[in-house]
Ligand binder design. Sequence first.
Ligand code: URP
Ligand code: ZN
Ligand code: ZN
Length: 486
Amino acid sequence: MSVLIKNGRVVTAVDDYYADIFILDDTVTLIGKDLLMDADRIIDASDKLVIPGGIDPHTHLQLPFGGTQTSDTFETGTRAAAFGGTTCIIDFAVQTRGTSTLAALAAWHEKAAGRTAIDYGFHMIVTDMPAARMPEMRALADEGITSYKLFMAYPGVMLSDDGTIYRAMRQAGEDGTLVCVHAENGIVIDELVKSAIAEGNTTPKYHALTRPTRLEAEGVHRALAIAEVAKAPAYIVHLSCYEALYELRQAQARGVMAHAETCPQYLLLDARAYDEPGFDGAKYVLTPPLREQWHQGELWSGLRAKHLDVISTDHCPFCMKEQKELGRDDFSAIPNGGPGVENRLALIYHHGVGGGHIDLNRFVELTSTTAAKIFGLFPNKGTIAVGSDADIVIFDPQHEETISVHNHRTHHMNVDYCAYEGFKVKGYTHTVLSRGKVVIDAGQYVGRAGDGNFVKRGQYGGAHAIRRHREQAPRVMPAGASGFTV
Ligand code: URP
Ligand code: ZN
Ligand code: ZN
């Protein structure tokens, strides 16, 4: 099967030019001006952007949580992702405490295999990692699982103590893999939650009031201090506020290999959403919670200045009916998470590029290329180049939509509300190729469940630099300083 994309404006993280792209089977094989080749399919991309398929490295499909599970399956969630211009997700498999991470991986393969519209990989959520099971980390890497998520939140369920985080980071630094951290002080948060409930403060907005920004910042500080001492990289997931960004910048300035993502909800929604009438604030019970609006400008500058590397979605959908409702009388029983895998590219193009916060190359970098580099997918994914996977989005910069649960062009996620209800955007995904196969054709889904493949990811992008860093002698202390340093 061959496809020729003609007359498009090709934009990658570093390029911006007009060219034709020839695809043979699943690979880009030729890029040039006015290519005169026969192809099984010719797509005219005049007046459109031709960009690398989006990579969303933070989704939760069929995730068991709080007595229920996320409402998107691997089939519905990846189809919705494709509609929105995402051609690869990295979802989170979850290890149950006391059991093997390899067994968890097998369970997640079972859920996803043969069902996805686009390619997918897995991170592993590690809930405990005693010394005897430490070799599993390398075994996971051999299976293409080269990143792990450890939680400083959710005591008794997901929380890992600092020793476990340190050991995992040491091992990851050794293996060329990467530890992602959910950085919030869950122990103190639990105290705040208990007090709020005891005082009768049970409505959704107390979810936000019991998770203050300082406790996220403290988590980021601690995670990055541990990474510094472990001489390992770390990736902070879903960073939501100025105080946490400050800690990230401080660590980066010390030379820590500290990466971080933020998400559209923290850039575009704010804590006033918790005042929506009735129980509607539950739509935004996600973790970390929405913050005051002023944080948004700080996050956009963090993205522009390259302190923040990636915009993921943390797509973690629960329906209002029967799922969020579980916490009608107690906010702490509302399953945490919100939808967004379908909305990311349009929202970030409109508000980021259209709003003057980032340029087109940075848009591609933030929604595709850097995630590919950090998570071991580059250069097969994350760019358009000869030899790369033909994961390509033809994006119409003039197409206007109103994002809504009621708009059949913008809502294919299996969830009964839209977090960005009524948002108007200019710029929308038109056609999507997943490894050379057209899966979205001028806004219509033409793919099949099972088109997507599991992707075995390679090492963390900075693995070589970390190894060199580990070989180096400790930094010399300035004269007159006391104590030890890393
Ligand atoms: O609210 C959220 N983000 N739920 C998903 C779990 C997590 O911490 O990412
Ligand atoms: Zn998290
Ligand atoms: Zn998440």
